[in-house]
Design a protein around this ligand. Sequence first.
Ligand code: SF4
Length: 76
Amino acid sequence: MVVRVDRDRCIGSGMCAISVPAALALGPDGLARPLAGYASGGAELTPELAEAVEFCPVEALVLHSARGGHRIAPAE
Ligand code: SF4
C-alpha cells in the first residue's frame, strides 16, 4: 500500500502527522508527506491510517495499492 498526499489540497493542519506519526509528517514547507515505507509501498494499512485518511479535513490523503496502483481509500 502507498500513501499519497495531494499537496494542492493539504492545508497543513497536522492532524494526520499527529494521529499516525509512523506514516506521515509535516515537511519544511508545512505540508504533509508520507514517510519512507509509506511513500514507496509495502506498508500495512492500519486502522489508524484508515482513520487519518477518513478525517483529513480536505481529503488530501489517498491510499493506493502498491500492486496495480488502484485506489483503496477514500472511495470515489
Ligand atoms: S490531515 Fe490532511 S490537511 Fe491536515 S496535514 Fe494531513 S493531509 Fe494535510
